[in-house]
Write a protein that binds this ligand. Sequence first.
Ligand code: XLS
Ligand code: NI
Ligand code: NI
Length: 436
Amino acid sequence: MPKFYSISEPIKYEGPNSANDLSYRWYNPDQKVLGKTMREHLRFAVCYWHTLCWPGADPFGGETFMRPWHHDADPMSAAKTKTDIMFETLRILDIDYFTFHDLDIAPEGNSLKEFNANVSAIAKILEKKMATSNKKLLWGTANMFSNRRFMAGAATNPDPDVFAYCAAQVKHCLDVTHDLGGENYVMWGGREGYETLINTKIGQELKQAGRFLSLVVDYKHKIGFKGPILIEPKPKEPSTHQYDYDVASIYGLLKSYGLENDVKMNIEQNHAILAGHTFEHEIALASSLGIFGSLDLNRGGYQVGWDTDQFAMNVPELTLMMLEVIKAGGFTTGGMNFDAKIRRQSIDPDDLLYGHVASMDACARGLLNAAKIIEDGKVAATVDKRYAKWNTAQNKAMLEKGATLDGIAARVHKEGIEPQPVSGRQEYIEGLLNNV
Ligand code: XLS
Ligand code: NI
Ligand code: NI
């Protein structure tokens, strides 16, 4: 394989004072934090699509990266080159996991049959490389948004033939993910929404979305796929109105189809921002609803209303994110997938390394900060104090079965309960967070 990056030795932890730009200054995989190593806490993954498939195009201009495999006339040979580069990237970065869409790893060909055969052929290559390198698949997913057949939706398409086609595509992709030992299977419904209500039957489309998800869950059990199905919420883009808008709206769908024990969330920072939330809000909500699964790590530009997918670099934000991940109990099958792309001016292969290294270091700093905040205990103590009155038997009873509205009302009158406002201590907590 011709050399792609300028270095071939794996990047190592050299500490904060290292002068080597391709070293980890904070991410020390074997360092223990709150009883687990950083590697176990963070479970990083490299994604295929932004790292190897995107050529640097934007809506106003074409490719800037000029990667050799984008200029290979034989699409299967290009797909093989990408497997080499993926494993070289994982080896150099010392990252254990990768993620893909079926269409990222293999060319579509002229029919679904050809596509499936191509995906299977490349999966065989991936399997061999995984066996010799100890690298693992965090999740696979089917691309049901790029081809024009999906322009009006995937499972929520007005045309039942598209629904059926999606079933065939997901079946194969889930089979392949299972064969490769994938730890989760993701569904991001980029086209599962609509553009205008004047040509759309919402009720019909929602029914299709729920049924499709149930079919996928049934099939997962049938083949003995152990990991969760993960839904990745996003409020818009490419759809104008998206059915899987955010964690809260997906929870509604899961509850109405009885799927809340089989399906979890893959939460992405940029999508949370587009939905008007913070990343930590979505994580905390998913965790409190029992559906926290995995993360797509990136950063949305706050000035623009689309998915800029920048590498996450903001340590204070990542500290709040890591706090919620730790409070959620950490990852089980999930991890932190770099659904992030270098900017289109970052045209050197090494820019891919700089992006990952800097973001991994930023996450490691977030983890270390979060651990300090937890070990210090002052923030938690302040928050616990706000809720402390709920610990009395009388107040606890209000949330139990048996409590009645009129019974509570009677107690208010009898005891002359008059709420006394207390400070929320926001600035005090903000100061504590800044002073770790
Ligand atoms: C797009 C999504 C996509 C999913 C996988 O906005 O983030 O990349 O992660 O289909
Ligand atoms: Ni994503
Ligand atoms: Ni995204």
